[in-house]
Write a protein that binds this ligand. Structure first.
Ligand SMILES: Nc1ncnc2c1ncn2[C@@H]1O[C@H](COP(=O)(O)OP(=O)(O)OP(=O)(O)O)[C@@H](O)[C@H]1O
Ligand SMILES: [Mg+2]
Length: 457
């Protein structure tokens, strides 16, 4: 059974349709006599479909659609009707996302019932599809299809299904926050809040009030009772960014909150507030190291590190530089409100040749922005790549701490990856191009350099 909202200012029509539809279907019909009331019912009541009169005084049906429509889609299927055969209006309504329209004078009841059932069925299918895509990570915001990224995506999907706490580690700018958001999006908490707190950005005394909240008058300046991030994230996910930097005194309190699922606001010690929050910690340094130096509590470590997800640095996924660059070009052009530029293959090559020793995805994103500002034409050329990056070329700029063998491994790996990509992973053609005697030698080299063919090539 579904609930249908029927909106018409004429009482007699409303009641007649409500009666007829209930008689012919097993749906329940609720009614509204004006636009504002319809909007309120849509937000407060579990309505599955709306039938809407376009001609009403005060707020017309069209205005209702305009208020509800986001990029041509509506929260529930809507069937509109006009009493005056105004075709232009009906077309406009469909553009706003209406499922279909009819003319009051012409429609047969059976026809209307059929439309209702079709609209409900289509809506159900599209929702199922969305859930499926969510569950399989198909519209993941994480760009990149390299082997390491596929592995990361798998881990995210697995961890998202279970309620336990997680720690995400990885160098600065690798995408840790994005991974945390993705875990949240794929979890059963997706419709609740995702809240992030940076533990390193706050002075010690503020971390506590920020996380746990405070009552009015708890300290000087506390002029009104304020919820902490734990309360704000109730039902959802709380990301504790740079969790390794959390003051040791606050760590003890955090541990208690995680054990008891209760918080007390500063100055409100008499009252415990129950919360249900999944905590994700992120850190760009090794928490083990912090633990050895007594900067991080061991018991807290075991509480939150049920799962550890490591986000690989960009230099371990050079294959992703092409797709990431395209993604950032598209996003930046959109943000700047300019037509989308294309990227010359040589430009991607220059970016891949850069030694991504200390820099990661965020740096690539900044480079793309700078390139777009430099480029007046439609195509991003190598000359638009910032000079420092273009010229650093294939030679690693940072030898420190690396042996000759390691540098050689990196260089060989990069050469092979580039050539394979150029030949769409065609082994024989790549071997020929690099003048490697035969394809089995190339396969051996790939094994030695830990290169695996991406799944979709
Ligand atoms: N795989 C990816 N696909 C698309 N965008 C990405 C990807 N990884 C990172 N980004 C983008 O790069 C930027 C940096 O990512 P994010 O803030 O998640 O990194 P971080 O590891 O949390 O960095 P920090 O350690 O500095 O806090 C963001 O704008 C993010 O959207
Ligand atoms: Mg971050």
């Amino acid at each position: 059974m579904s609930i249908i909202l029927f909106v018409d200012d004429a009482k007699q029509i409303r009641e007649q349709y409500a009666y007829d539809i209930e008689r012919k279907t097993n749906h329940q019909v609720v009614t509204a006599e004006q636009g504002k009331e319809a909007l309120r019912m849509l937000s407060d009541e579990p309505v599955d479909l709306m039938i809407l009169d376009l001609e009403m005084p005060e707020m017309s049906g069209m205005e209702v659609l305009e208020k509800l429509s986001r990029d041509g889609s509506l929260p529930v299927p809507v069937i509109v009707y006009t009493g005056k055969g105004d075709f232009r209006k009906a077309v406009r309504a469909v553009k706003l996302g209406a499922y279909n329209f009819f003319d009051k004078g012409e429609v047969q009841l059976d026809q209307l019932v059929q439309e209702i059932n079709n609209a409900l069925e289509q809506h159900r299918l599209s929702r199922e599809n969305q859930d499926l895509r969510r569950a399989t990570g198909k519209d993941s915001p994480l760009v990149g299809n390299s082997r390491v990224m596929q592995e990361l995506q798998n881990q995210i999907t697995k961890v998202a299904r279970v309620p336990s706490n997680v720690v995400i580690t990885g160098e600065s700018g690798t995408g840790k926050e994005l991974v945390a958001r993705e875990i949240h999006r794929l979890s059963t908490r997706a419709d609740e809040a995702f809240v992030a707190v940076n533990c390193a950005a706050l002075p010690e005394n503020l971390v506590e009030s920020e996380l746990f909240g405070y009552e009015k008058g708890a300290f000087s300046g506390a002029d009104k009772t304020t919820k902490g991030k734990f309360e704000v994230a109730d039902g959802g996910t709380l990301l504790l960014d740079e969790v390794g930097e959390m003051p040791i005194s606050v760590q003890a309190k955090l541990l208690r909150v995680l054990q008891e699922n209760k918080v007390t606001r500063l100055g409100g010690e008499a009252r415990e507030i129950e919360i249900n929050v999944r905590v994700i910690g992120a850190s760009n340094s090794d928490l083990n190291h912090a633990m050895e130096e007594d900067r991080f509590r061991e018991d807290l470590y075991y509480r939150i590190c049920t799962h550890v997800i490591e986000v690989p640095p960009l230099r371990d996924r050079i294959e992703d530089i092409g797709p990431l660059t395209m993604h950032f070009v598209q996003r930046t052009c959109e943000e700047f409100g300019i037509p989308e530029k294309s990227v010359h293959d040589d430009t991607i090559q220059v970016l891949r040749d850069y030694s991504w020793n200390r820099n990661n995805v965020r740096e690539l994103q900044n480079i793309v922005e700078r390139m777009i500002i430099q480029c007046e034409g439609e195509v991003l050329l190598p000359e638009h790549v910032p000079a420092g990056i273009r010229e650093s070329g294939k030679i690693p700029e940072d030898y420190s701490g690396k042996s000759y063998q390691e540098l050689k491994y990196e260089a060989e790996r990069r050469i092979l990856l580039n050539a394979l990509e150029d030949h769409d992973w065609h082994i024989t053609n790549t071997a020929k191009d690099l003048e490697i005697s035969n394809h089995s030698n190339l396969l051996k080299m790939m094994r030695r350099l830990d290169i695996e063919r991406p799944e979709d090539s």
